[in-house]
Design a protein around this ligand. Structure first.
Ligand SMILES: Cc1cc2nc3c(=O)[nH]c(=O)nc-3n(C[C@H](O)[C@H](O)[C@H](O)COP(=O)(O)OP(=O)(O)OC[C@H]3O[C@@H](n4cnc5c(N)ncnc54)[C@H](O)[C@@H]3O)c2cc1C
Length: 340
């Protein structure tokens, strides 16, 4: 079976590895000209994500590129601790953290190492199913045909709109997310802790071993337009919003990198598959970042789809089984994240 995967982010790279593992011939097409890794924030991998990585044999590579997170601590705006709890189950694979860029690079390296073709600079523009296959057209004029096409092309998925031209666009969830890196770390803070600071602005940080303090802040407010997103001065703006919370304020004010994004989600996507095409990861379901499950759910999708293709009688039955297995859990998570 020849399978074309569109997108070499976390979902697409993991799907390529999973499908290769069940004997499919896979080709990956990525729009980004070289790496697809230019989104510079960090992410956490929960235990479900680590289990999915184990299933595709990529957990060791990701472990080498990441650091463990063992506990979650909640503090007030002065930095005084209010509560703490362990992350993960006893004997489980544990939580990890790393930059999204590093995560994509590790998975893409693994794809290449296993001899799976990964073509950069191929932006899908259209798909056309026929009697026993599906064709794909790319912006540079390239074409491909196979038995199945997997849309792992993220929040603004072309494959989703090819499956359902009336598909609802992502929804702005009412908060702006700031990600930053500040040189140095607060004194005596271990690197395996996720700290959450309660206050008017939700703030979280990790003191990394060698890369300073990684943090995020969630601010309720209107959707920022592209011009606003491109402007600088965010550290000063956030510092003003944190005027009553001296601890996070000091971290934010000393940042040397700040990135801002609008938070979107994508709930209850009507069509996940039709004929010879299917969507996975953020293309099919995207949660706002609150539960920190986006990457882990994308990894689980990849494994579930490959297992369905291995076990079901024919592509139609496999895609139905994949959706039955995944729709419930991901929609529950998207709803929980929106409530948070
Ligand atoms: C700033 C930020 C922070 C996040 N923090 C966390 C976190 O802490 N924990 C967590 O679990 N999740 C987090 N997430 C979410 C997580 O990154 C995503 O949920 C996860 O990466 C889903 O991956 P994906 O592969 O489905 O989509 P994406 O990562 O969006 O990848 C899609 C890929 O498809 C490519 N593509 C798009 N269109 C086309 C096309 N037409 N043709 C070819 N290729 C195309 C893109 O270039 C990209 O490489 C965060 C996301 C962001 C943006």
């Amino acid at each position: 079976m020849v399978i074309h995967v569109v997108g070499a982010g976390i979902a697409g790279s993991a799907a390529a590895l999973a499908l290769h593992g069940v004997g499919a011939e896979v080709v990956v097409h990525e729009a980004h000209p070289d790496t697809s890794t230019d989104a510079g924030a960090f992410l956490t991998l929960a235990e479900n994500g680590m289990r999915a990585l184990q299933a595709i044999g990529a957990d060791e590579a990701v472990r080498r590129a990441s650091a463990p997170l063992r506990t979650m601590h909640v503090a007030d705006g002065t930095g005084a601790e209010l509560a703490s709890r362990p992350l993960g189950e006893p004997g489980g694979p544990g939580f990890r953290y790393l930059t999204r860029a590093r995560m994509c690079a590790v998975l893409q390296d693994e794809v290449r190492r296993r001899g799976i073709p990964l073509r950069h600079g191929e932006r899908l523009v259209a798909t056309a199913p026929d009697e026993d296959g599906i064709s794909a057209a790319f912006a540079d004029g390239a074409r491909a045909r196979g038995d199945l096409l997997i849309g792992a092309d993220g929040l603004r998925s072309i494959v989703r709109t090819q499956l359902d031209p009336g598909a609802a666009p992502p929804r702005y969830v009412g908060s702006q997310i700031f990600y930053g890196a500040t040189p140095g770390t607060p004194p005596d803070v271990p690197t395996d802790r996720f700290h959450f600071v309660r206050g008017g602005v939700a703030f979280g940080y990790i003191a990394t071993e060698r890369e300073g303090t990684w943090w995020f802040a969630r601010v309720i407010g209107p959707e920022l337009d592209p011009d606003e997103l491109a402007t600088g001065g965010w550290a000063a703006h956030l510092g003003d919003l944190l005027a009553d919370e001296p601890f996070p304020r000091a971290i934010v004010r000393a940042a040397d990198r700040v990135l801002v994004t609008n938070a979107y989600d994508l709930a209850n996507v009507r069509v996940w598959h039709r004929e010879r095409a299917v969507i996975i990861g953020d293309a099919a379901h995207a949660a706002s970042p609150a539960t920190g499950q986006g990457a882990s759910m994308a990894l689980e999708d990849a494994v579930a789809l490959a297992e369905a293709i291995r076990d079901a009688e024919g592509i139609g039955a496999a895609l139905t089984a994949y959706e039955e297995h995944r729709r419930g859990p991901v929609e529950a998570n998207t709803a929980a994240s929106a409530r948070m």
